[in-house]
Every structure is written in structure tokens, then in C-alpha cells.
Design a protein around this ligand. Structure first.
Ligand code: PLP
Length: 447
């Protein structure tokens, strides 16, 4: 029987009186039929206030790589909490976490800590501008780098605002942004190395950094085409530009060496968030010693009362030890469960003639839904995704899945966790079979 959400509805109504718009992050409003209120989670499962049990593939927007409430993590945090929750000062723990990152990530000669990846992106861009003495940042259309004035430039622009193929515009989706900020960005389309080269050449001598998600996960799920990473590296080396890999999603999900090891490149700076803390507010900037010089010298200010908070460090140390202990079995196991799920969803889609096209390396993937008449084939760029992805139809299927106890992310992304077993995938597919049948019966395209 399909789940109902009466208690969540009541909570959401109550929250309107005390919390602006009833939620604490804009994107959470997207959850249909109502933003859900949760009570507890364990492993691959999550329970809401109505008593509904979900197999969770949203996993805290990908932060819960180790699953919900993994054994050992709460104990590690509790041990630290009894010794002190916050010092705004140094501890051996911060060196232990730094040394682990150094030994795991190719591009991590030094690190600095913050509490969100949004902050780390701000630090990295400030550092890059000072390091090079240049004003511009090149980023890719559809890539998300946090919600700050800088992080959101060029994220998901509507088609009537996205500019020409050769010159994508640098618009910002939010009002209230410092007016000069979007003008300090050059936006390029993803997965077109020649176009990228032209964009860099057109602003030669002015670009401080190229920032990117190594596997685009915020608008679809698109791995880089062969030659893209090497082109970015080559252009950065040629022109003295800093290469910044935003590994907020990919970091540790793609293995201990992150996506940079998986894809075979070494960036100058790396943004880490989400899985590095396994669900606590912990994030890090990692990079080459040479790229950190302006922070070392104090010319670039990097600060934060809660930076290197001991509770977060205790959690991060636990997470990194978990990845280290798994060795080469990670990410292979995660890829296997993810690909099993993708294959099962594709089979169900075929059975019910639903144009669903799961795409991605399994450990994270996106469920594209083709618009009527849209061409087949993987999405390769943000524009391609907007042209061919049927967002309203996906939203309907996503709601059917939720009502049958399978929770994916509203924008179509599915995250595996290390707690998801083959049996979880079988159970998720049994539930999905009912959801797909309901969707096939109920879906009618808007007139
Ligand atoms: C690639 C990427 N960068 C940066 C961020 C910002 O992270 P946070 O929400 O922790 O500030 C996100 C968040 O989803 C992200 O996906």
C-alpha cells in the first residue's frame, strides 16, 4: 500500500510559523508531495514521522557514504564529546586527519579545514586570485559549487538566458548577489575540449583558476569525455592557471584517491565535503604546497570559529579509517551494487515502456527521462540534458517511488552507500516494480 505523509504535512504546516518557508535549505522544498520529517536511520534505511521505512538513495545528498548511523561513528564522536566539543584551537586530531588526507589523495600536499564545501570553494577561489594576480574564474555550465555569490554563477540557467554555444553567459540564479561577481566568471560548456581551449584563449592572461566537478553530478551525471581532464591540466600548466577539482560529491565515493585517482589527473587544489565527514559539518581544502603559499604567508585570509572542530574531526578520522580499511574493495563494491540497481531500473522501464535512462558509473547515477521524441544516447552536457530530460515525468515517477518506500534525490540522482547490500537492491527493485506500474498507469503528459 502506498505510503501517506500526514504527520510530515502537519509538521511542515507548523514549521511555516517559525522557520522561513518551513525548510532550512531551499532545495528541500522540492520534495513532493511534502518535505519529509525523519526520526532515525540505520544503514540503508530511513524512517519518517509517519512510520514509513525508506530504502534511502538520497543518503543526505551523498554525504552518508557509510550509510545512516554506521556502527562506530557515533561512539567516536561521543568519546570526543566527553573530552570537549569545541576549542577553536589546535589538537592532535587535526594533524591525524590531515596526515590521512595527505596519504590518500594525489593532489593533497597540504590541507585546511572548514565546515562546508561552500566555504572551501570561497577559500579556493580567493587563493587562486591572489596566487595568480588575475581576476577571472573559468567554470562550466551546470556545475554547482555551493550557494555563495561565486559558487552559483552559471548554475542551471534557463535556455532563454544561456547565451550562444560559443559564449555561454555568466548569470546567477539568485537575486541579491554582489553585482560585480558574475562578471568575474567565464563560463564554458562541459565536455567540449576545443570549446574550452577557445574560452581560455579568449581570456588569456586573465584566468586565475578553472573549477569543475570531475564527474558532473548536479545536472545529470556525466563523466568527462576522454581528453577533457588532460586538456584542463595542459591549459592550466601552459598559462599558470590553478586547476581546482571540486570533489565535494566524488571525494572518497570514487575510492580513497577520489575521482582524481579514478580518472588519472592531479589538480592544484581539491575541494572536499560530504563523505569526508560522513554527515557532520566538515569540509577541507587540499592542494599542492605551492598553491597554498598565499595562505601560508597570511596574504590570503582563511578563518572560521568552528574550523577543525574536534567532534567533526573525530567523525572524519573514523570515515577515513573506514575507507583505508576497505582498500581496493572500494569503490568496486559500490560500483557493483549501483550497476545492479541501474540494470534493474532499466529493465522495469523497458517492461512498462517508460523512457527512463539511468546514466553514471553506478556508485552515483542519474535517472534521465527522455522527453517524447527526444533522441537516444547519454547526456553529455547541461544543454543536452535540458533539451532531452523530461523533468515533470521524472518527478511523477520519483513520487511513486517515494510512496513505495524508495527514496531518490528530487533532481534524479541516486547515491549508493557502503551499507547498501545486494539484498537491499533486490528489495528496492521489488518496491520499484510497484512504483513503475503505478507511474505507467497514472502518468499523462501535461497538455
Ligand atoms: C560539487 C559541489 N560543490 C560544493 C557543494 C557545496 O557543499 P555544501 O552544501 O556542503 O556547502 C556541493 C553541494 O552539494 C556540491 O555538490
Amino acid at each position: 500500500m502506498a505510503y501517506t505523509f500526514d504527520k510530515s504535512r502537519a509538521f511542515f504546516e507548523r514549521a511555516q510559523n517559525s522557520i522561513a518557508a518551513g525548510i532550512n535549505s531551499g532545495i528541500r522544498k522540492m520534495e513532493a508531495p511534502v518535505p519529509l520529517y525523519f526520526t532515525h536511520g540505520k544503514g540503508s534505511r530511513l524512517w519518517d514521522v509517519d512510520g514509513n521505512e525508506f530504502i534511502d538513495f538520497a543518503t543526505g545528498q551523498g554525504a552518508l557514504l557509510y550509510g545512516h548511523a554506521p556502527d562506530g561513528m557515533a561512539e567516536a564522536i561521543a568519546v570526543q564529546a566527553k573530552k570537549g566539543t569545541h576549542w577553536a584551537a589546535q589538537s592532535e586530531l587535526e594533524i591525524e586527519v590531515a596526515e590521512r588526507l595527505q596519504s590518500m589523495i594525489p593532489g593533497a600536499e597540504l590541507v585546511r579545514f572548514n565546515n562546508s564545501a561552500t566555504e572551501v570553494v570561497m577559500s579556493a577561489l580567493r587563493l587562486a586570485r591572489c596566487h595568480t594576480g588575475r581576476p577571472l574564474i573559468l567554470k562550466f555550465e551546470g556545475h554547482y559549487h555551493g550557494w555563495s555569490d561565486e559558487g552559483l554563477v552559471g548554475f542551471a540557467p534557463p535556455p532563454d538566458k544561456w547565451g550562444t554555444e560559443d559564449e555561454p553567459t555568466h548569470i546567477h540564479p539568485s537575486q541579491g548577489v554582489i553585482p560585480e561577481v558574475p562578471g568575474t566568471f567565464v563560463v564554458a560548456r562541459w565536455n567540449d575540449p576545443e570549446h574550452l581551449r577557445q574560452r581560455v584563449d579568449a581570456h588569456r592572461g586573465q584566468i586565475a583558476a578553472i573549477i569543475f566537478e570531475p564527474v558532473l553530478c548536479n545536472t545529470g551525471c556525466m563523466e568527462p569525455v576522454p581528453g577533457l581532464m588532460s586538456t584542463i591540466r595542459e591549459l592550466c600548466d601552459r598559462d599558470g592557471i590553478l586547476m581546482i577539482a571540486d570533489e565535494t560529491i566524488t571525494g572518497f565515493r570514487f575510492g580513497g584517491g577520489c575521482a582524481q585517482h579514478y580518472l588519472g589527473f592531479t589538480p592544484d587544489l581539491t575541494i572536499l565535503g560530504k563523505a569526508v565527514g560522513g554527515g557532520v559539518p566538515f569540509a577541507a581544502l587540499a592542494g599542492k604546497k605551492s598553491a597554498f603559499q598565499k595562505i601560508i604567508s597570511g596574504e590570503v585570509i582563511h578563518a572560521g570559529t568552528l574550523n577543525a572542530n574536534p567532534l567533526c574531526l573525530a567523525a572524519a578520522k573514523w570515515c577515513l579509517d573506514e575507507i583505508i580499511a576497505r582498500g581496493d574493495s572500494h569503490p568496486a563494491g559500490l560500483i557493483a551494487t549501483g550497476q545492479k540497481l541501474m540494470a534493474g531500473l532499466s529493465e522495469l522501464a523497458q517492461k512498462h515502456s517508460i523512457p527512463l535512462r539511468p546514466q553514471g558509473p553506478g556508485l552515483v547515477f542519474h535517472c534521465g527521462m527522455l522527453k517524447p521524441g527526444a533522441a537516444e544516447g547519454p547526456f553529455t552536457s547541461y544543454r543536452d540534458y535540458v533539451h532531452r530530460h523530461d523533468a515533470p515525468r521524472w518527478a511523477h515517477l520519483r513520487r511513486c517511488l517515494l510512496e513505495e518506500g524508495v527514496r531518490a534525490i528530487e533532481r534524479g540522482l541516486w547515491f549508493q552507500s557502503l551499507a547498501h547490500t545486494a539484498a537491499d537492491i533486490d528489495e528496492a527493485l521489488r518496491r520499484a516494480a510497484i512504483a513503475f506500474e503505478r507511474h505507467a498507469q497514472e502518468w499523462t503528459a501535461p497538455a
